[in-house]
Design a protein around this ligand. Structure first.
Ligand code: LP5
Ligand code: MN
Length: 240
């Protein structure tokens, strides 16, 4: 049994090499897996399922082909594509998951999430997140013409880049107490997430026992995947 996890591909028309790498991954390793979990930020920015961007149609078809080949694909939202909705899920065959989910893999409980909610030292981001996760604001945004939504998203991206320039690296990483608290609340010894773009396998203590936090890498110049098998977990990088 092999379960695959990926995150932070940030797919966009302007980065065709990443798209090509993802398509190769879907046609290759993903087909031999038992399940594929995408832990958010699959897309650079998502402004609604009604965006006619041809890249979205192409990605939906490629993911659907994996699902149709017998490999279930699951998606949980990142901070860039939290508006990805039921329509795209249906088109791609992916199952939408809540923002935190505990999986039972080979008798082991594994917590998965995007990872942004662990960055609790970043008060500015958490306030921003709380605001844009309000259902009424999302409904309002999604009712706007696409051209306006695109402009707002670009403003947000610019604001985010400017804000990040003045934040310390430590502030933009996960808060260790929040990590332990989440793992204890869910009674897990393994946590897999993305978002920070700092791929690593961290050993820690949770629930009074050895625990592990696996951080996926972003797909900038190479692919990043976590494989969970009965033998354990491995974080692997591969060229596009
Ligand atoms: O994304 P990244 O890597 O740059 O940084 C993130 C955090 N930033 C964000 C913001 C996103 O990049 C914006 C995505 C747009 C999605 C589509 C639009 C949907 C709109 C829906 C409306 C209901 O997530 C960043 C973190 C960093 O990760 C590390 O964890 O620090 O957080 C911020 O930068 C938040 C800032 O601290 C404050 C926010 C500035 C945004 C300014 C908004 C102005 C918009 C005006 C529009 C009218
Ligand atoms: Mn992210």
């Amino acid at each position: 049994m092999t379960t695959l996890f990926i995150a932070d591909l940030h797919l966009q028309t302007e980065e065709p090499a990443i798209t090509a790498g993802f398509l190769r991954f879907l046609a290759g390793e993903a087909r031999r897996a038992d399940a594929l979990y995408i832990l958010g930020d699959l897309f650079e920015a998502w402004i609604g399922d009604d965006d006619p961007n041809p890249l979205h149609r192409e990605m939906a078809a490629a993911i659907k082909a994996v699902v149709d080949s017998g490999v279930p694909c699951f998606f949980l939202h990142g901070n860039r594509d939290f508006l990805l909705g039921k329509r795209f899920a249906r088109e791609s065959g992916m199952t939408l998951l809540p923002q935190e989910k505990v999986l039972e893999l080979d008798g082991r409980r594994v917590l998965i999430m995007h990872g942004d909610t662990l960055c609790t030292d970043d008060a500015g981001y958490q306030a921003f997140r709380a605001r844009v996760h309000q259902p009424w604001l999302q409904r309002l945004f999604l009712a706007l013409p696409l051209v306006i939504r695109r402009r707002i998203a670009a403003r947000m991206r610019a604001g985010s880049k400017a804000a990040n320039g003045s934040k310390s690296l430590a502030m933009m990483d996960v808060n260790p107490q929040t990590v332990t608290a989440e793992m204890e609340r869910h009674r897990v010894q393994w946590l897999i997430h993305g978002h920070t773009h700092r791929p690593a396998v961290h050993e820690l203590t949770a629930n009074g026992q050895p625990a592990r936090r696996v951080v996926l890498g972003a797909w900038h110049s190479e692919g990043s995947v976590v494989r969970v098998t009965p033998d354990g977990v491995e974080l692997v990088h591969f060229p596009f």
